[in-house]
Design a protein around this ligand. Structure first.
Ligand SMILES: Nc1nc2c(ncn2[C@@H]2O[C@H](COP(=O)(O)OP(=O)(O)OP(=O)(O)O)[C@@H](O)[C@H]2O)c(=O)[nH]1
Ligand SMILES: [Mg+2]
Length: 333
């Protein structure tokens, strides 16, 4: 499951206290007030990092505190400000106040920074209160408390592209070469047990999100293999990418493989097969030419978009990304 919900406790630093002090030096009578101001407490900021795509990190850490300001000292020494604290969250995170349920921030752009909890102001030392009529003030301020909040973070991860296919088709390998996702990859079926999301940086300005889900087999709708429950993660995608292993060790009949999975998708939801799709012949570095040719012929006669790739050599990967972006840009039917 994608982690899409987290609760965190944040506490900005308190301000340091102002200091009460007078200058006392030999030969300097009535040296005057010299208590420095307290430093300001550190604030807590939230910033979106486009490389993050889940709230998983908050499963391990929920408490965040910024440094307090140091107290002021004598001889007019001001306390140091506390250091700010930056919390990175994925793009698309919505931040709610747990107490009021109010939406505080909708962090929908990369590199967005917001102030989540303001550090407390430092208290003024007595030197700050000196006036011409009160040259020896005994007044000082305490540091102000830093803001403290409980935030609820919500991330609606909507994948743009869903990878489907038989187990071992190379879905996880593909997502690992086009995105920063590092799913488990192995030469046995059902390596992937829960969906992976990857953010693909297409060019400087555009990204899209791909979901890699566990492999499907015939009868998945009836519970065979890992079942078809994971298809709900691709239900709202705009595009399906259907991988078929055309290598020597792959599907003996790639057309049969295509039709079997297509049928499972249809049984799950007739809406699913109405989506746009790209058929991908995978592992062409180890391809069996007649299997590949058979799939090509089938796609030609059925008007299906076909792209041949090898995630291992990188062949066809750039073209696949181009095609995905083309399809995502096109108006939905
Ligand atoms: N030769 C070759 N092998 C590949 C290629 N892509 C993936 N493989 C291998 O195929 C095997 C299965 O790859 P995965 O990416 O785990 O396949 P999957 O579709 O995610 O499989 P499941 O998670 O079990 O559904 C691994 O041993 C990969 O190293 C490729 O382009 N060429
Ligand atoms: Mg996998």
């Amino acid at each position: 499951m994608f982690v899409d919900h987290a609760k965190i406790y944040i506490k900005a630093g308190n301000g340091g206290n102002g200091c009460l002090a007078f200058r006392r030096e030999k030969y300097v009578p009535k040296g005057g007030p010299s208590g420095g101001n307290g430093g300001h407490g550190g604030s807590i900021f939230l910033r979106t990092n486009p490389h993050l795509n889940t709230l998983l990190a908050f499963k391990y850490q929920q408490h965040f505190q910024a440094e307090r300001g140091r107290h002021g000292e004598g001889s007019n020494r001001h306390g140091h400000d506390g250091e700010d604290r930056l919390i990175e969250v994925p793009v698309g995170t919505q931040v709610y106040d747990e107490a009021t349920h109010e939406l505080l921030f909708d962090l929908d752009r990369p590199e967005m920074t917001v102030l989540a909890a303001k550090g407390g102001r430092g208290g003024r030392g007595n030197a700050s209160f000196a006036t011409s009529t009160n040259q020896a003030p005994r007044r000082v301020e305490q540091g102000h408390a830093g803001e403290e909040k409980v935030l609820v973070l919500e991330l609606k991860v909507l994948a743009d592209v869903g990878l489907v296919g038989y187990p071992n088709a190379g879905k996880s390998t593909l997502i690992s070469v086009i995105s920063a996702a590092k799913p488990k990859i192995a030469d046995y079926p059902f390596t992937t047990l829960s969906p992976n999301l990857g953010v693909v940086q297409y060019d400087e300005y555009s990204t899209f999100v791909v979901a890699d889900i566990p492999g499907l087999i015939e009868g998945a709708h009836g519970g065979s293999g890992l079942g078809d429950q994971f298809l709900r993660h691709v239900e709202r995608t705009k595009l399906l990418v259907h991988l078929i292993d055309v290598s020597d060790l792959g599907e003996p009949d790639p057309v049969h493989a295509y039709e079997t999975i297509h049928h499972e998708l249809e049984l799950y939801s007739p809406e699913l097969v109405k989506k746009k799709q790209i058929v991908v012949a995978s592992k062409i570095d180890a391809a069996s030419s007649d299997r590949q040719a058979r799939l090509e012929e089938y796609c030609r006669t059925h008007d299906l978009l076909l792209q041949k790739i090898s995630a291992v050599t990188g062949q066809g990967i750039r073209e696949l990304k181009d095609r995905i972006v083309e399809q995502l840009k096109e108006r939905q039917p």
